[in-house]
Design a protein around this ligand. Structure first.
Ligand code: KIV
Length: 278
């Protein structure tokens, strides 16, 4: 039986039932088809595509056009999976009008079911404006890669009492602003557990321990397709790079030796037709 797309209100019910939410990133049609065939309920078309697909050093250069371009094929490939479109850096920070316009683009042009944006207290008015405008918002706190330089790099957040207290307040305020879920990235597991207990909306962890209501990983990290930078919290479930490299070298050798293409990969024609050509 094919799976049914989960609804946003259902995710909250799952939290109440203790049923875990499974989310992974995807950025193109073939991987979207695969995720759609799997048991995973939510796809994030993350701005991590800047690093793992487009080869940027971080997520800051990613544009709205690039996000829309990648959301579209994912939507076409994953009809039965909830699709979250990530708002790129500076697409929601300039003004509320711009934020609504850009979030609207991810849904209207891209076809995403909802959007995600990074940030804590400063983003409360933005989340409220988007939700009031009818746009479902997933928040994202802790290590927020778009502002990693402000945070002192890609490191664990919320380790001291003040930072942990601030993060708890952020989660509560973002829920009050109307966010339907919150990603918690790279924070101590006990703090993620506390936040998960204190908010009524589902938390989705990445490097935030096992007690979150769900988990998310970057697809290219978990299948071993990108290894320029692999954070400690990533578990590699496959080593696709190795398989691809083996296939590429086998192909290269067979072309060089003339064993590819073989007869079964070639087309023939009638001898009499050929003879006339000689
Ligand atoms: O862009 C992304 O892939 C993300 C996840 C790391 C949560 O924001």
């Amino acid at each position: 039986m094919s799976k049914q797309k989960v609804s946003i209100p259902q995710l909250k019910e799952w939290k109440e039932q203790g049923r875990k939410i499974r989310m992974v990133t995807a950025y193109d049609y073939p991987t979207a088809l695969l995720v759609d065939k799997s048991e995973i309920e939510v796809i994030l078309v993350g701005d991590s595509l800047g690093m793992v697909v487009l080869g940027y050093d971080g997520t800051v250069p990613v544009t709205m056009d690039e996000m829309v371009h990648h959301i579209k094929p994912v939507v076409r490939g994953a009809r039965n999976t909830l699709i979250v479109g990530d708002m790129p850096f500076m697409s929601y920070n300039v003004s509320l009008e711009k934020a609504i316009e850009n979030a609207g683009r991810l849904m209207k042009e891209g076809g995403a079911d909802c959007v995600k944006l990074e940030g804590g207290l400063a983003m409360v008015p933005v989340v409220k404006a988007l939700v009031d405008g009818g746009i479902p918002v997933m928040a994202h706190i802790g290590l927020t890669p778009q502002t990693a330089s402000q945070l002192g790099g890609f490191k664990v957040q919320g380790k001291d009492e003040a930072a942990a207290q601030r993060m708890l307040t952020e989660a509560i305020k973002l829920e009050e602003a109307g966010a339907f879920s919150i990603v918690l990235e790279a924070i101590p597991a006990p703090l993620a557990k506390l936040i998960t207990e204190k908010v009524g909306i589902p938390t989705i962890g990445i490097g935030a321990g096992v007690d979150c209501d769900g988990q998310v990983l970057v697809l290219h990290d978990m299948i071993g397709l990108f290894d320029r930078f692999v954070p400690k919290f990533v578990k590699k479930y496959a080593n696709v790079s190795e398989d691809i490299l083996t296939a590429l070298n086998a192909y290269a050798e067979e072309v060089a030796s003339g064993s590819f293409p073989a007869a079964e990969h070639s087309f023939t024609m009638k001898d009499e037709v050929l003879k006339k050509l000689y």
